[in-house]
Design a protein around this ligand. Structure first.
Ligand SMILES: NC(=O)c1ccc[n+]([C@@H]2O[C@H](COP(=O)([O-])OP(=O)(O)OC[C@H]3O[C@@H](n4cnc5c(N)ncnc54)[C@H](OP(=O)(O)O)[C@@H]3O)[C@@H](O)[C@H]2O)c1
Length: 280
């Protein structure tokens, strides 16, 4: 297939592009080459490329900043995604779009299914949900993949932050009352590669495998343990760690439909973390 990847300088896309390129002719477009909010350009590029598939990794991903930069978050995560979906429909390309666990409110206490009712509690989550709705209402041929808590070698993320803080001697205070599934970008990218060749369109969840989720505190502990660090990590509550955007208390995603429809079994989170730490 001919595949376009948008937002090619992002954390996910930098790991995704080499993996997709192993099987597909891949065209990578950075934000300065294709701004997804530029309607004319989006239609021109998708039309001229004759791409079979567009993988949208372009996003406004600053969760806290989105609380004040509301218009910009919606411009990219909703309007930009709408333009991609419309252009894909016009030029008969399939769209693979990435979304987030933050479309859920976190009030469930068992993993979210792809068809559970979203109810975002942050502006970022609301902007991503708006993008999802455009994809689902404009297109028949789409893969919509929600993921969570990404880390990879090319971006600011929790693993890098913990290692940096531990390197400086701490102190480390990490929230212990938010359950999630961390996800290594390479694990996600390998799943995307498998799903896009199936033709099994729809909405899916893909994260690293956890048995019902882990807390950020547990994740931090394992990062340091694997690095042989003895830095102390104090567990704190969400209430003690005030941030502009609310986070769901429980945002574990059930990945079984993804596995059923793609054949891809995500790695367990400990294995992903081990492999990731070996690469940095
Ligand atoms: N990171 C996470 O923990 C997480 C969790 C769940 C879901 N997700 C989703 O996963 C996807 C990938 O996330 P990520 O962490 O890789 O994000 P990222 O590192 O922030 O990458 C996003 C990319 O999009 C580009 N971009 C921004 N506005 C654009 C526009 N108007 N047109 C084209 N490109 C634009 C950015 O370029 P500039 O940097 O130049 O602006 C950046 O290269 C996103 O959809 C995100 O919502 C992420």
């Amino acid at each position: 297939m001919k595949v376009i990847v948008t937002g090619s300088q992002g954390m996910l896309s930098q790991d995704l592009i080499p993996i997709i390129s192993t099987e597909h002719e891949t065209v990578s477009l950075a934000a300065n080459e294709l701004d997804i909010t530029n309607k004319e350009k989006v239609f021109d590029v998708i039309g001229e490329s004759k791409a079979d598939l567009v993988i949208n990794c372009a996003a406004y991903s600053q969760v806290d900043q989105a609380e004040t930069e509301i218009e910009q978050a919606f411009r990219i995560n909703a309007y930009g995604v709408q333009q991609l979906a419309l252009a894909c429909r016009q030029h008969r390309s399939t769209l693979c779009h990435i979304s987030t666990d933050y479309v859920f409110d976190g009030t469930k206490n068992e993993p979210y299914q792809p068809f559970d009712q979203p109810n975002p509690i942050s502006r970022y989550g609301a902007s991503k949900l708006a993008g999802e709705k455009f994809v689902q209402s404009i297109l028949n041929r789409y893969y919509l993949i929600r993921t969570s808590s990404l880390y990879g070698k090319n971006g600011n993320n929790f693993v890098h932050t913990i290692l940096q803080l531990a390197g400086k001697g701490g102190p480390l205070k990490v929230v212990c009352d938010q359950q999630m599934s961390p996800t290594w970008t390479v694990n996600l990218a390998q799943g995307i590669l498998r799903l896009i060749s199936t033709g099994n369109f729809g909405t899916y969840h893909l994260t690293d495998r956890t048995n019902g989720g882990i807390s950020w505190h547990e994740f931090a502990g394992r990062i340091l343990e694997r690095k042989g660090s003895h830095a102390e990590i104090e567990p704190i509550t969400t209430k003690q760690f005030a941030r502009p955007a609310k986070r769901p208390a429980y945002s574990v995603l059930d990945t079984s439909l993804f596995t059923l429809c793609s054949g891809y079994e995500p790695l367990p989170w400990e294995e992903s973390l081990k492999r990731f730490l070996e690469t940095i």
